[in-house]
Design a protein around this ligand. Sequence first.
Ligand SMILES: *Cc1c(COP(=O)(O)O)cnc(C)c1O
Length: 220
Amino acid sequence: MSVPERLAEVRERIERACARCGREPSSITLIAVTKVFPAAVIREAYDAGLREFGENYVQEFESKAPEVQDLAGARFHLIGHLQSNKAKRAAELFSVIQTVDSPKLVRRLDEAARPLDVMLEVKLSPEQAKSGADPGELPALIGAVRAARNLHLLGLMTMPPWSDDAEVSRPYFRRLHDLAAQLNLPTLSMGMSHDFEVAIEEGATHIRVGTALFGKRTKP
Ligand SMILES: *Cc1c(COP(=O)(O)O)cnc(C)c1O
């Protein structure tokens, strides 16, 4: 199947999920996750109409970035863990860093002196990846981002432990939604190919979709 065909299917899934919970499809930002795929796939997705892209690794995107610089209006989100020693380079390459999880990272990103949108990655259970801030750390992190000159806080991001069953993700999505509501943050990045409908039902504003748009990634 081609990228435009897959995109049409994903858009339909988004529309059906929105219809079930009375939301507008235009309130959902679809982020095309292009990790592992070559720059040509980013271009293909751009030609199909996509403008927001997610990449997991600074180094990988560094090698693709020169080939996609000409894509006007394209925005690149870092959605993988960021080490603070790569913060400066990440700030040069990406428009949005979704995985901010420590005051040190906030400091390093701010020092890069480039305007950046950021989200805070939240770890909601011990089964989740090692990265992410504990919910209790969020108020201090929010304070740090708000005090930073060059950073603009959008909201929260999470990635539930993997399961084939999308319903397993629901309590995590609900928890992230409740945290964002308490903290008065408008943006929620949650939901991937297999569970984005559930994420939409639970209030996602940004969904991160790879496999459903580009097919299976072959592990290097
Ligand atoms: C790879 C990845 C995705 C996309 O996953 P798919 O299952 O391919 O849609 C979304 N978010 C993060 C953080 C990822 O690493």
